[in-house]
Design a protein around this ligand. Sequence first.
Ligand SMILES: Cc1cc2nc3c(=O)[nH]c(=O)nc-3n(C[C@H](O)[C@H](O)[C@H](O)COP(=O)(O)O)c2cc1C
Length: 435
Amino acid sequence: MSLKKQLCIGLTLVPSKKDKENLHIDDNKIYSGIDEQIELAQRAEKAKLDFVFKADYLVAHPDLIVRNKGSVILDPTLLFAAIARETQKIGVVTTASTSFNPPYILARQLQSLNWISNGRAGWNIVTSINGAENFGNAMMPSSEERYAKAAECTELVRKLWKSHPYEVLGVDSADAAEVIREMIQPIDHEGEFFHVKGPLNVPAHFSGTMPLFQAGASESGRNFAASVADAIFAATPDIESGIELCKDLRKRAQQNGRQPDAIRVLPGLYFFIGDTYEEAQEMYRQAHQHLTVERRYALVEMVLGLNLRGLSLKEKVTAGILPDANQSVRSKTHADLLRRFIIKNEPTVEQLLERPEVIGSAHWVAVGTPQEVFHQIMERFEAGALHGFIAIPGGPPKSLDLFFSDVIPLFVEAGVFRKDYTGSTLCEHLGIFKE
Ligand SMILES: Cc1cc2nc3c(=O)[nH]c(=O)nc-3n(C[C@H](O)[C@H](O)[C@H](O)COP(=O)(O)O)c2cc1C
């Protein structure tokens, strides 16, 4: 009997409600929320998930601070180093920007995380939507320039990883320094954005290549993903956008001489799970009630450059009032998804202000009982709209409890998710076998 196609499941580490209640400053001990993050990673490992994950931004944004409910937003690579020592099997996928980090530092930190976790590290490559002001640039470079830099940076990081083979660790002879000098070779990279001699000062991990994730699905983003990514963290608010992205990446992967399924499409899945649909719906409502109408207008403006304040809530938003498609936006992925929804549906302003493209970073939202959420995910899996998902827990702790206690076991029962780990590295969990 052949094994059914398997889902790949990651979990975004979010602060638990407990964090806020426990937030205290006493005896000079400031609470960071790290213990809860470790505990959450351990629960994800107990459920045999593929990896834990964290997005990251290099700005202090009030919205992000609010979303983190009073716990400290730590550098994800450092956080995952701590988590890796408290877990044994689960992958740790950190986010790091190619627009602002020097490739040598990236290569070194990521390979260090790979050693600290014993081959469980993954890198989510982002080109960033903001933060230029913190790195000496007045404005963000264009999306195309950021991707050109990302391509060179990623190639360079991989060359650096190769420049210092793990076999160096086994050298034990009188002329060890001579032998090692032969084994670690400079890469002498001279590119458009970077000049790096190498070699790297951390050896490659013996588990092989590190899985590369990518986020950003404009034309340039997809081409970049097709050339290097093993997985894409996707924003696909509806089934059609998921099917389109999967088909498109299959084609692009093949055009790059890769296997059609080389790029796993993993949409963010913002979930609210209750004992009844009504309870889950109420969780969803409460999670968004802090977003005033003014805040929602501001979000539309930020994503699309469209000011809706002059229209009444009952008025329709039509293609005719959309700004020029070629104007500069923070993220083409997010702007295009919102534009597409408006053109296809002509929603009222009120309807638009409820959409995930406006209030949820365009992530797919699943609301319901464990059975209902399971069916919503299976529908997309069977329709070819995803290879798995990166869960983003929403609502109170009960929602996450039900995800672990009821939803994951339904996948196992359906034969589309593992009962236990069969490997110990992230490559093995994801079924990546190369070099
Ligand atoms: C689903 C998704 C998640 C993203 N996560 C991050 C992130 O954690 N940090 C970050 O700086 N940028 C993040 N980005 C921004 C992208 O890296 C990219 O800069 C942006 O989307 C512009 O690329 P595009 O033109 O392909 O959309 C994300 C984008 C998407 C679509």
